[in-house]
Design a protein. Sequence first.
Length: 358
Amino acid sequence: MNYHLWTIGCQMNVADSERIARTLHDHGHVPVATPEDADVVLLTSCTVRQGAENRLWGELRRLGQLKQARPDVVVAVTGCVTDGNVDGFLKRAPVVDLYVNPREPESLLTWLAERGLTDAPDFGDLDPAKLGIGASIATEAVSHAVSRYVPVIYGCNYRCTYCIVPYTRGPERSRALDEVVREAREVVAAGLSEVVLLGQTVNSWTDGTRHFGDLLRAVGAVDGIRRVRFTSPHPNDFTDPVIAAMAETAEVCEHVHLPVQSGSNAVLKRMIRRYGREEYLDCVRRLRAAIPGLSITTDVIVGFPGETDADFEDTLSLMREVGFDDAFTFKFSPREGTPATRMSDELTVPGEVVDARY
């Protein structure tokens, strides 16, 4: 069958799309450039911000028109959907035939086979239940000429008040170290030399006895791996052993993306970031002391409910003190289903003020 992928959102969504694409490719299915040429259209969705969800519904409306002309086209969705209520989402989107768990890419093949649209998939010696979060069946790079994303942990336990991810992705679940290492070897076998380890809070990875520093060392030791990157970490999980592994593993790039979101203790508390300004700056100091020349990038949200002029000045002063190499700046976007939407309307920052701070 011909399949078309449509992906928006974070690197985890890109990795999910690639994993499903590799699964389809390995069973003889062919990628095409447009939905009009496809037998199966897979949308990897993002609902972290309202704008992304609006794009998803816009694409679903377009596919609804396509499906009127071609009722046989299969429309599947994966990734984050609204508040994580898949059944509710499917009721709202009758054009969608099925939701594919991103950690179970083989379920799409099984669904197609059960309806007589393809032959029954042959998973060989692999356990289909492990394909999504365990053994990779990657055989070639799908969309990256240099590197490949390798998810190492799914979900998030932090529950920041502005974020929908814990509700759409669930609690943290770490992959086994040997599974990640095996996938890193497959990256090399595919002719690539760089891996980007992924997780919503990637440096909180643990298998119960080993920590993220052990994972960095293990991946860096894979023969043929030249560069190891990771995103996105949480400042609270940069323990001394993790920082030591970054400094001592030559393959780990001298860069860290360290989201701060705000430089104000009052705002950080309302965000439930679980660190204060000084703790963040101490993390920066420890990283730079261990890794000379370290490049640091960040995420910042402006206009979070209750943010005063003084709070914003605290953010500006932190930006100056750290001297980030780059920053992704976002206007606060209320996301239905998150605690931030239940804060008092009196805390709402006027739009023109948010624009100016942005």
